[in-house]
Design a protein around this ligand. Sequence first.
Ligand code: AMP
Length: 111
Amino acid sequence: MDCLFCKIVAGEIPGDIVHTTERTVAFRDLVAQAPTHVLIVPRDHYANAAELAAGDPVASAELVTTAAAVATAEGYDDYRLVFNTGAGAGQSVFHTHLHLLAGRPLSWPPG
Ligand code: AMP
């Protein structure tokens, strides 16, 4: 399967990896939208957050606990977690990924 994030997980293309767990890999977003912008992905391929939650709920929960660990490690108590689902909502890579954003004021609603 020609999947960018599968290749980062497999080490076939470089990623700026900041944290790993049994089921997840966390790496910095190439186009950071905040001082901390990290993507947390499952090692296994699922197209979006709902498919991951249905297929591997343990890994789904581990995305969130990994994001919290990264936020803490970078010194942030306040942060935003985002799953874009579908092209119309801004999803451009169809391997589940949780965006962790922190380090600047985050307004609501998001754009
Ligand atoms: P989304 O638009 O929600 O699917 O998020 C995909 C994210 O992947 C975007 O924020 C991109 O900047 C990011 N991205 C694309 N290619 C890479 C890469 N090679 N390494 C890290 N982040 C990437």
